[in-house]
Write a new protein. Structure first.
Length: 612
């Protein structure tokens, strides 16, 4: 037979401990704590040198052995250096204290309840805090931490002068059922404030109990925040408002420029074009994830996934983005390129550049803000447009950003029915910025790339291949190219040219006259080659040649990227010289990129005779 289960005996020490606990609970319930109210008032008044009044005082001890102190009709005068309003006025204030945290000398208030309260919290730049009553002159880091807050019809003002930040938040109960949205959202919180000169405001629907620090406990939150023309909408759950430890929500962000987000997002962001973004936002401690991302910057659409790792220094941004239609100007604004709202001096420089007939972009390059973060971003834009480069078709790259150094590698550009591949670097760690490029060209159609120059030209170029390797520095793209050194080599195979134009290039007057009478036809272009070596913005020709069925053309000269000018001399060599061929003459091309001039010159002479 199985013996009956024995009830374990309770030792003498355990009995004593349980008895002491029971006595404490009963004593706390029966004791009139108002006997201590006036001594408490006198103690804190003497320590803080401020008036302290408590209308009623009570302490309850729950089964968790965490005492809850409840005060009614509380008044605490503010510090003499702070705002004239009282530090605290409350119909009721209660706080539950963790005894374990008291033993560790790092007091934790697990729950703070405010009813009909008005609290003013101020911290000076030197660390002086107005909420310290026992040691008002202590500027060391605080030890008391409030984990949860329950506020009823209460107002809290908080100011930190060390970071130029302040806000005022007030809670009111929702009017049911008129304001009914969600059974868990019972409070409406209105807030406004200022951060480093930028004002913000907003409203949020929330439950009565909010978590503030280190709990990891999610609570529902729905609301919006506005700063100028920038707006953030939030609908989801968050844990710990003061330092969020977890977030799971749908967010929408919109505004005139990412740089205007400083009050809403503590990241250094560029002066982009107008944007709108929405995504599912998830956060765990200092890691942030955006999924289902859909955004529009200017006229550019973007979709994909993104993440930010805030544990690293600087933060690491990762993103995989796609675009059905992109504008190159919108994308360049993300890198500090010209965008609406840029400084007046920058816009004036661009205006002067256009007025002077220059082609290369003179908008300033400023990548300084990018040194505050690292990034790994890939973009696949199926369709790209550019006002400056109509032949641009698509764009694909992977961007690595580290310590202000931006590397686009691999880089693939669809251009004029052809392809440009290679890599590009921009170093914005120091100003002026420096750049380096190594690009290969394949099957580029010049008639698409040079539509204005070749619109009515009697020539059909063949596909162009080539190679570009340049490096330079400057405050704008024009300045970078104006200081560039390296090599440019282009080669064209095939194509057709007007026989009349070929005769003009060959300076064959007899053939020109014959074709004007008999009529023109097109002939084959065998090949065309061009190689320039650049040094500090000036390119010297190493090879210029054009070979057709009837003419071989050889050239020399230079190109200045700094001045945007060209100075070339082309010498024709007809394969079947005619009686009236101008064998001692050449074709001189000089002037600006935008308005080149063509003249026939005597070889060896500097003077030129203008020709139509």
């Amino acid at each position: 037979m199985t013996p009956a289960a024995r009830v374990p005996r309770i030792g003498r020490k355990t009995k004593i401990l349980l008895g002491v606990c029971l006595f404490i609970v009963v004593a706390a319930a029966l004791f009139d704590w108002n006997w201590l109210r006036h001594p408490v008032e006198r103690f804190f008044s003497a320590k803080s040198h401020r008036e302290v009044r408590i209308g009623d005082m009570d302490i309850k001890m729950g089964w968790s052995l965490e005492p809850t102190v409840r005060l009614r009709n509380v008044y605490v005068e503010n510090a003499p250096w702070a705002d004239k309003r009282p530090f605290a006025v409350a119909g009721e204030a209660s706080f539950t204290v963790s005894l374990k945290s008291l033993w560790k000398r790092r007091p934790i208030i697990s729950r703070l309840v405010l009813v009909d309260a008005d609290i003013d919290l101020e911290r000076q730049a030197d660390g002086l805090r107005n909420w310290r009553l026992r040691y008002p002159e202590n500027r060391a880091r605080g030890k008391v931490r409030v984990m949860r807050l329950e506020a009823h019809r209460s107002r809290i003002r908080f100011v930190r002068r060390d970071i130029d930040f302040g806000f005022v938040a007030a809670s009111v109960p929702l009017n049911q059922p008129a304001d009914f949205v969600d059974a868990a959202l019972t409070n409406k919180i209105a807030f406004e404030g200022e951060f480093q000169g930028s004002k913000f405001s907003g409203e949020a629907l929330a439950p009565e109990l909010l978590t503030l620090w280190d709990t990891g406990e999610l609570f529902p939150l729905r609301g919006h925040m506005v700063s100028g023309d920038s707006r953030l909408d939030f609908d989801g759950k968050v844990a710990d408002l003061v330092r969020p430890s977890a977030t799971d929500a749908h967010v929408r962000l919109a505004g005139p420029s990412l740089s205007k987000l400083r009050p809403l997002m503590p990241l250094p962001l560029p002066a982009s074009r107008r944007y709108e973004l929405q995504a599912h936002f998830r956060q765990t401690n200092e890691e942030f994830f955006l999924t289902g991302l859909r955004a529009k910057i200017g006229s550019t659409d973007l979709a994909g996934e993104a993440s930010i790792d805030g544990k690293t220094d600087p933060p690491m941004v990762k993103a995989e983005l796609r675009s059905g239609s992109a504008d190159l100007a919108d994308l360049s604004s993300l890198l500090g390129g010209t965008a609406p709202g840029k400084p007046a001096a920058d816009r004036a420089a661009s205006d002067r550049s256009r007025a002077a007939g220059r082609i290369l972009p003179s908008g300033s390059i400023n990548l300084g803000h990018l040194s505050a973060l690292d990034a790994h971003v890939s973009l696949d834009a199926r369709k790209v447009k550019s006002a400056r480069l109509p032949a641009l078709e698509n764009l694909r790259f992977t961007a690595e950003l580290e310590k202000g150094m931006l590397i686009l590698k691999p880089l693939h550009i669809g251009l004029a029915d052809g392809h440009v591949t290679g890599w590009l670097t921009l170093n914005g760690e120091k100003q002026p910025a420096s750049a380096q490029a190594k690009l290969d060209f394949e099957d580029i159609r010049l008639e698409q790339l040079l539509t204005v120059l070749l619109a009515d030209a009697p020539i059909i170029p063949g596909p162009v291949a080539g190679h570009l390797e340049l490096h330079g520095s400057g405050a704008s793209i024009a300045a970078v190219l104006g200081s560039a050194s390296g090599t440019l080599a282009l080669k064209m195979e095939g194509g057709r040219i007007s026989n009349l134009l070929d005769a003009k290039l060959g300076l064959n007057r007899g053939k020109i006259l014959r074709l004007l009478i008999a009529g023109d036809r097109s002939i084959e272009i065998n090949s065309a080659d061009m190689t320039f070596e650049f040094e500090k913005g000036t390119g010297t020709s190493k090879n210029i040649s054009l070979d057709t069925e009837q003419t071989s053309l050889v050239g020399t000269g230079s190109i200045s990227l700094r001045d945007e000018t060209v100075d070339l001399l082309l010498t024709p060599h007809p394969k079947k010289p005619g009686l009236f061929s101008m064998r001692t003459s050449g074709i001189h091309i000089d002037g600006t990129f935008k308005h080149p001039q063509i003249a026939i010159v005597k070889l060896g002479e500097k003077t030129a005779m203008a020709t139509q």
